[in-house]
Design a protein around this ligand. Structure first.
Ligand code: PSU
Ligand code: MN
Length: 310
């Protein structure tokens, strides 16, 4: 039985009834990750990319005390321009619903809602992680424990070098989260195809990724998996170009005392300004790339489930 707070968009309701593959998409990337109107244009392009690859997109957000699984055109427009939208993670999802506020879901909250809606795969840009200086600030994204708890496969382009990538990988290993690089050995670093760190696991096909998620569940292991899909080569920003920008944004955040959930949006916004939009074009390209892989993995999970039921 589906939860009574879930409100499915017509396209998603139809896909569920027909047993089609669905790919969840997050909304914090729209409200706190990109400026208007590029955010809404990018969200529409990502949805179209999922459709073009044989699955149905479900962008998730909170409005009017309901969990929206798929947004209508009007809802997406409203969300993309609204001010004071809450950035929701595990901690504040229920509070936002109780207060009837508008909320955008982070990776963690999108995983929770996707799982409630029976969606296995979620495609996005970058995940949160262990921030640099976390040994003092304790700033570790709630995305990481969520990956250990909720059985959704998350397709991302790795994590940004605004984070401490070695510590992020250590945390995920401790928490029992499979970190899979797609089609290469290295853990990708969002704008760069490689972080210079090896990923713990490598897979080269949607078939393997789907089988691993289904086997995880069948073994009784809770949690999902993180699939890191490198940005297409033509859209990459070289590390020596992006690194000084990251350093400047981090220094400004420290000087201004930015803390808690404001840290990631502040850094994303400053990096966008400092690269004069170049980071945004790359960001959109990598999300599209993840939407394609997400659609393929979602279709593969449906096919393997159907084969198991025979
Ligand atoms: N990293 C990105 N782009 C993003 C985010 C992170 O490169 O848009 C967003 C995602 O919604 C992610 C959230 O779940 O920020 C993490 O925020 P925090 O670091 O406050 O946990
Ligand atoms: Mn944080």
């Amino acid at each position: 039985m589906t939860h009574s707070l879930l409100q499915f968009a017509p396209e998603v309701a139809k896909a569920r009834a027909e047993g089609r593959a669905i790919v969840a998409l997050e909304s914090t990337i729209i409200t706190h990750g990109m400026p208007f109107p590029q955010n809404v244009e990018a969200a529409r392009a990502v949805e179209a990319e999922v459709r073009a690859h044989g699955a149905v997109p479900a962008t998730i957000a909170i409005m009017g005390g309901r969990i929206l699984i798929g947004l209508t055109d009007a809802q997406l427009d409203e969300l993309g321009q609204a001010e004071h939208v809450m950035k929701l993670s595990r901690a504040d999802l229920a509070a936002c619903l109780a207060q009837g506020k508008m909320g955008a879901t982070t990776v963690a909250a999108t995983m929770i809602c996707a799982h409630l809606a029976g969606i296995d795969v979620f495609a996005t840009g970058g995940i949160g992680g262990v921030h640099r200086g976390a040994e003092l600030s304790f700033d570790i994204s709630a995305d990481l424990p969520e990956l250990a708890a909720t059985p959704v496969t998350v397709i991302a382009a790795g994590a940004k070098a605004i984070l401490d990538l070695p510590k992020t990988l250590e945390y995920l290993e401790t928490a029992g989260v499979p970190v899979i690089a797609y089609g290469q050995d290295d853990f990708p670093a969002f704008w760069s195809r490689s972080s210079g760190l090896a990923a713990p696991l490598r897979m080269d096909s949607p078939f393997e990724i789907a089988a691993a998620q289904l086997l995880r569940t069948s073994l009784g292991l809770p949690g999902g998996q993180l699939v890191t899909n490198p940005i297409p080569a033509g859209d990459e920003i070289a590390r020596d170009v992006i690194n000084p920008v990251i350093e400047q944004a981090l220094a400004e955040a420290a000087a201004q005392g930015i803390a808690a959930k404001a840290v990631t949006p502040f850094l994303l916004d400053r990096i966008l300004e400092l690269t004069e939009g170049r980071s945004l074009a790359s960001n959109i390209a990598l999300v599209l790339n993840n939407a394609r892989l997400g659609a393929a993995v979602a279709r593969e999970i449906m096919a393997q489930r159907a084969a198991m039921a025979l």
